[in-house]
Design a protein around this ligand. Structure first.
Ligand SMILES: Cc1ncc(C[n+]2csc(CCOP(=O)(O)OP(=O)(O)O)c2C)c(N)n1
Ligand SMILES: [Mg+2]
Length: 403
C-alpha cells in the first residue's frame, strides 16, 4: 500500500500537539522534501545513537538480562514437557528478549513508588517482568502457584506483579492494557512527576478500539506514555495482515500525532536507542511515543506444544491451531537473527568481552536460573484454605455511603 497516496498531507502548522513532528515537517517543507507520515515512522536513521553512553557494565547487564529471559523460558518449557507435577504455564517470550531488555534498560527500575517507572504487560509477561528486575526465584514459585511466590500464588503467569520494581503485571485481555497504562501516565503528569509509563502489547492490539483511544488521548494530553508494540507477525494463529492494513503499525500511531518509530526488535541496541529517545521525550514533557519492534516468537502461542525438551523453539504441530499456521522456514530464518547471538556479537565486536567470557556469562546465567527453579519448585503449594484468604475481611465493616 502506498501511504503517500492514501494519507492526507497536512500543512506544518495544522499539526497541533507534537512539537518535534512540527519541526520535522517544517524542515522537510524548507528542503522541498515530499513529507509522508509513513516515512517519518520508519526513519530509523533519525534515532539518536544513545547506546554510545552505555557503560561496559551496563552492556554486560543487558546481555545477562537477555540470557535470563531465554533460560527462564527454556527451563520452564522443559518443566511443562517433562515434569508431570509442574502446574505452571506461560505464553513464552523466547525470540523477543531484546525488546523487553532494550526498553527496560532505558527505564528507572528501582526507587520509591512515586519515582520508579511503570511497565504494563498484556498476556506475555515473563520477559517484561525479568527485564524490569523482578525476583526470579519468587516469580518461578508464583508461576507454579506456590504460596511463597511473588504474589502468594494468586497471580500466576497472567497476574504476576512487583510494585517495588515498577512491574504492574499483565491483565490477560487483548486491548485494555494500553488504556490502563495511559491512566497511570495521566496520574504521573497530574502529580508533576517525571515518571513514565510503558505498555508492551502485541500486533493483535491494533484491531482493538483501545489502541485508537489510547493513541488519541495520549497525544491530546501529552501523556508520558510509551507504547511498545511487539509485532511478532501473528496473533495466536493469524498473520497480522488479516486484521491490520498497515505494514508498519507505527504509521497508524503517527496519524494520531504520536512520535513513532519502527525498530529491529532482535537488536537490543536499536531497541535501546528508540526507548531512550522516547523516555527522554516523556520526562521532558514532550508527550507520548510509539515503538514498533519487529520480532518473532520461537514457541507456539501458548505453552510448549510442538516443542521438544532440551531444544529451543517449537517446530511441531500445535493442536490448538486450526492449521499448521506458520512455515518452519520462516521460524528458522528468524532464529538466524537470534537476539542472544546479536547481543553477544555486539559485546565482542565492541571489545566489551571476548567470546570466551561471553560464553562463561551464559553458563553463569544458566546456573542462576537452575537455582531459581530449584528454590521455586521446593516452595509450599497453596492450600484450599488459601483460596478464601483476601476475600473476606475479619470483623465487621461499618456501613458507608459514597459522596
Ligand atoms: C479480548 C480478548 N480476546 C481474545 C483473547 C485471546 N487471546 C489471547 S492472546 C491473543 C492474541 C494476541 O496477539 P498479539 O496481540 O499479536 O500478541 P502475541 O500473542 O503475538 O504476543 C488472543 C486473541 C484475549 N485474551 N482477550
Ligand atoms: Mg503478535
Amino acid at each position: 500500500m502506498d501511504y503517500d497516496a492514501t494519507i492526507p498531507q497536512r500543512e506544518p502548522d495544522d499539526v497541533p500537539e507534537s512539537r518535534s513532528r512540527r519541526g520535522f515537517l517544517k524542515l522537510a517543507a524548507l528542503t522541498g522534501a515530499a513529507v509522508s507520515v509513513g516515512r517519518q515512522a520508519g526513519a530509523l536513521s533519525e534515532v539518536p545513537f544513545a547506546a554510545r553512553e552505555l557503560s561496559n557494565e551496563k552492556l554486560i547487564e543487558m546481555y545477562r538480562t537477555i540470557l535470563r529471559i531465554r533460560w527462564h523460558e527454556r527451563t520452564q518449557a522443559d518443566q511443562m514437557l517433562e515434569n508431570p507435577d509442574y502446574r505452571g504455564y506461560n505464553h513464552f517470550y523466547a525470540g523477543q528478549e531484546a525488546v523487553a531488555t532494550g526498553v527496560c534498560a532505558a527505564l528507572r527500575n528501582t526507587g520509591a513508588r512515586d519515582q520508579v517507572d511503570l511497565a504494563y504487560s498484556s498476556h506475555r509477561p515473563s520477559g517484561h517482568a525479568i527485564a524490569k528486575g523482578v525476583d526470579i526465584p519468587k516469580m518461578v514459585a508464583e508461576m507454579d502457584f506456590r504460596s511463597t511466590g511473588m504474589n502468594g500464588g494468586y497471580g500466576a503467569e497472567m497476574h504476576i506483579a512487583d510494585p517495588d520494581v515498577g512491574f504492574a503485571g499483565a491483565d490477560g485481555m487483548i486491548g485494555p492494557a494500553p488504556v490502563i497504562a495511559s491512566g497511570s501516565a495521566f496520574a504521573m503528569r497530574a502529580r508533576g512527576s517525571d515518571q513514565v509509563a510503558v505498555v508492551f502489547a502485541g500486533d493483535g492490539n491494533y484491531a482493538a478500539p483501545h489502541f485508537h483511544s489510547t493513541m488519541n488521548n495520549a497525544a491530546l494530553l501529552d501523556l508520558p506514555l510509551i507504547y511498545v508494540m511487539e509485532n511478532n507477525l501473528y496473533h495466536q494463529y493469524a498473520h497480522y495482515s488479516l486484521s491490520c492494513p498497515h505494514v508498519d503499525i507505527a504509521e497508524a500511531a503517527s496519524v494520531y500525532g504520536v512520535h513513532a518509530r519502527t525498530v529491529d526488535g532482535q537488536d537490543v541496541v536499536q531497541v535501546y536507542n528508540a526507548a531512550k529517545e522516547a523516555v527522554d521525550r516523556a520526562r521532558a514533557g514532550e508527550g507520548p511515543s510509539f515503538i514498533e519492534a519487529k520480532t518473532y516468537r520461537y514457541y507456539n502461542h501458548w505453552g510448549a506444544p510442538g516443542a521438544k525438551a532440551g531444544e529451543l523453539g517449537a517446530f511441531g504441530y500445535d493442536p490448538l491451531a486450526i492449521t499448521h499456521f506458520r512455515p518452519e522456514k520462516e521460524l528458522r530464518a528468524w532464529m538466524q537473527r537470534d537476539p542472544v547471538d546479536i547481543a553477544r556479537k555486539i559485546l565482542v565486536d565492541w571489545g566489551v568481552v571476548d567470546t570466551a567470557r561471553a560464553r562463561e556469562i551464559e553458563e553463569e546465567v544458566k546456573a542462576e536460573i537452575a537455582e531459581a527453579f530449584e528454590w521455586g519448585l521446593a516452595q509450599p503449594l497453596c492450600t484450599p484454605e488459601d483460596g478464601l484468604k483476601n476475600v473476606f475481611v475479619e470483623g465487621t465493616v461499618p456501613p458507608r455511603q459514597f459522596g
